[in-house]
Design a protein around this ligand. Structure first.
Ligand code: ACO
Length: 426
């Protein structure tokens, strides 16, 4: 297989066969992924869930004779884009090539096949999270959202904003309270770009808690914040506690927050207040929050927080015009974009993007008019969710302005009030 091979169903190239998966082949196909990732077996509970969620018709494999040697899948998910519109996306996943078959273009062939199929009738936008952030730019993916991991030393930091006195906190079984938490989560999805709707089956993902994967911590616990009078669920946090004792027998426990969501700022503060005041605990950690998470502001000593940034969602505009029409724009704009797209040349060329601003829709059509901005599709993917600013990409030398003021105009229109955030992997 070579990098520029168009790969189609049951195509055999260089002795390798590329085709979609049949359900019965799942175990061997998935084992390829595990071996590509070093060979460790996934916890059975996790494996079973991924098996259930796999969409065989969207799952590609490469076979060398009878043996699977590479895999790449996609989930049919729905994701919020700026303006609160929830749109279908191809969520690319489970990508791996066995060590014996690497660096001969197999990944490139799989990516080409996926993107060609999407062009011909799939979603206009593809997204993924990358094992290594250097892999997917060459296929036109741009880094569209960041995540923040946070460690909060509990003894040093307190919540300074008002908590909700009308709230009663109650510990509940995470599985039993799962549907109520899920309903609350569903109500938040449209409020922030990058959030994913969880269609049936996906609600099990945040509840996954394989005993062998706890690394010495407690089983997952769930605290519910309910309205004292009506009992309505207003927020929840799911976490585990890892108890430890330091020198002089002093407690040195860690609370690991898996997720925390609330309907109001006061309830959010209440949940953090609860977490920061758990006994025998020296720190609260959370692996994945938005980069503009309110917790950065609701504590009294922000310097004590230990935030760390990581790349999250990589975004690929597959059918560029359609993708740019799907989202809303914060302000009116009318710009001609000259786009390069080496991997999906059908996007290359000049496009006029027009919108009247919020609620007014957008059109993006080919044009011969002179360009205002010159950029790669990768930069449009990065800016798509409104968190990575076009002006910042311009200052990085990645967007060239030809029309006076066009960069500032597009920068304002593409921006989102809230930073995009991917709440969980896929
Ligand atoms: C969405 C997800 O599931 S992310 C998970 C990705 N999977 C993994 O990380 C598992 C471990 N790694 C692997 O399985 C493989 O090395 C893969 C899938 C990353 C790459 O597969 P390969 O078939 O070797 O890739 P391929 O030969 O098509 O390489 C294409 C290009 O990417 C580059 N590349 C491949 N892997 C990497 C990497 N890890 N980092 C940077 N560049 C890379 C190659 O050098 C090549 O560059 P070139 O076009 O300039 O020559």
């Amino acid at each position: 297989m070579t990098a520029d091979t168009e790969t189609f169903d049951n195509l055999t190239v260089d002795g390798l066969t590329v085709r979609t998966l049949t359900g019965e082949e799942w175990d061997g196909w998935y084992r390829t992924l595990e071996v590509a990732f070093g060979g460790q077996e996934e916890h059975p509970e996790e494996r079973a869930l991924w098996r259930e969620l796999t969409e065989p018709a969207r799952s590609l494999g490469v076979w060398d004779g009878a043996a699977p040697v590479a895999c790449a899948g996609a989930f049919s998910l729905r994701m919020t884009v700026p303006g609160g519109v929830v749109v279908p996306v191809a969520a690319v996943t489970m990508v791996g090539v066995l060590p014996t078959h690497r660096r001969r273009g197999i990944l490139t062939g799989l990516m080409r096949r996926q993107l060609t199929e999407l062009r011909d009738g799939g979603e206009a936008v593809a997204v993924l999270t990358a094992s290594e952030s250097g892999i997917y730019g060459r296929f036109g993916y741009g880094l569209g959202s960041w995540r923040m991991a946070l460690t909060v030393p509990t003894g040093k930091v307190a919540v300074r904003t008002p908590v909700d006195r009308g709230v009663r906190l109650r510990l509940a079984d995470p599985v039993e309270s799962g549907p109520a938490c899920e309903e609350l989560y569903a109500g938040l999805v449209a409020g922030r770009p990058g959030m994913l709707e969880r269609r049936p089956g996906w609600e099990k993902l945040p509840l996954l808690d394989p005993p062998a994967g706890r690394d010495g911590a407690s089983p997952r616990q769930c605290v519910l914040a309910e309205d004292r009078e009506s009992g309505r669920l207003l927020g929840y946090a799911r976490y585990s506690v890892s108890v430890a004792w330091g020198t002089e027998d002093l407690p040195d426990g860690t609370v690991r927050v898996r997720d925390i969501e609330a309907r109001t700022p006061e309830v959010y503060a209440t949940l953090w207040d609860y977490l920061l005041n758990l006994d025998l605990v020296e720190r609260v950690t959370v692996a994945n929050r938005p980069v503009d998470d309110p917790v950065l502001h609701l504590v009294d000593d922000p310097r004590r927080l230990e935030p760390r940034l990581g790349d999250a969602l990589h975004v690929r505009l597959v059918r560029l015009g359609e993708a740019l029409e799907l989202r809303e724009y914060a302000t009116a704009l009318d710009v001609v974009l000259e786009v390069t797209d080496g991997f999906c040349p059908w996007n290359t060329g000049r496009w006029r993007l027009r919108s009247g601003g919020p609620g007014k829709g957008a059109s993006c059509v080919r044009t011969d008019d002179p360009a205002d901005l010159v950029l790669d599709v990768r930069e449009l993917g990065a800016a798509y969710l409104g968190g990575v600013r076009l002006a910042a990409l311009g200052r990085a030398g990645l967007v060239r302005e030809l029309g006076d003021g066009a960069l500032a105009e597009a920068d304002r229109a593409f921006a989102s009030d809230l930073a995009p955030w991917l709440p969980h992997g896929f």
